[in-house]
Ligand binder design. Structure first.
Ligand code: GRF
Length: 202
């Protein structure tokens, strides 16, 4: 890993980025605070691309600092990218975790944290990248899909794969039932992967 880690001490500091309900964020918070679960990370901030979302409310209830960098308030994508890079840098995180953050990160953010940003995606990449992975899997009629945790690069869900788990598609599944079953697996996979990265870091 080549980035500038925020600290050389455990636990590793992470900033989580969200865009929606944040149930995966919640599982990261719960695991960090559950003394029965061994975790090696501390969520030091939660960022979003819009205000008033449940993901931010979850962080606030947990006493975690939050921030919003809203692209609608920036005059260009370059300006938004710069603003997000600055806000993230303020926290000096060891890792940035995109957990349901529905934006493509720009070059300034990627340059600040090379190989230090991970994303969780609800398909077995490289199948079904993009924002409609669950619907795309259902439309193709696949019998198995799953989730992937990967390093973020400049593409859409194209970075090096760190971990994957398969999930069966069941007859009668709709978008909601399948996504919920995938998310149940995704939550554990993300916690395990972050822990592994943070442990390797030391
Ligand atoms: C997850 O399936 C994630 O992979 C996808 O959006 C979902 C976020 O779920 N990009 P939640 O907001 O954490 O419930």
């Amino acid at each position: 890993m080549t980035a500038e880690p925020g600290t050389t001490e455990a636990p590793r500091k992470i900033v989580v980025l969200v865009s929606g309900t944040g149930t995966i964020l919640q599982s990261l918070i719960d695991a960090e605070r559950d003394s029965a679960v061994a975790t090696d990370y501390k969520i030091i901030a939660v960022g979003a691309d819009k205000p008033d979302i449940e993901g931010l409310a979850r962080a606030e209830r947990a006493g975690i600092p939050t921030f919003v960098v809203n692209p609608l308030k920036s005059s260009s994508r370059v300006e938004w990218d710069q603003a997000l890079a600055e806000r993230l840098s303020d926290y000096r995180p060891d890792w940035v975790v995109s957990a349901g953050f529905m934006r493509i990160l720009g070059p300034q953010v990627l340059r600040k944290f090379p190989n230090r940003i991970i994303n969780t995606h609800p398909s077995l990449l490289p199948s079904f990248p993009g924002a409609h992975a669950i619907d795309d899997a259902l439309s193709h009629g696949v019998k198995v899909t799953g989730c992937t945790v990967h390093i973020v690069d400049s593409g859409v869900d194209t970075g090096p794969i760190l971990a994957q788990v398969a999930v069966s598609v069941e007859s009668g599944d709709d978008s909601e039932t399948l996504h919920e079953r995938v998310k149940q697996v995704e939550r554990k996979l993300l916690i395990d992967t972050i822990n592994q990265l943070c442990t390797q870091d030391q």
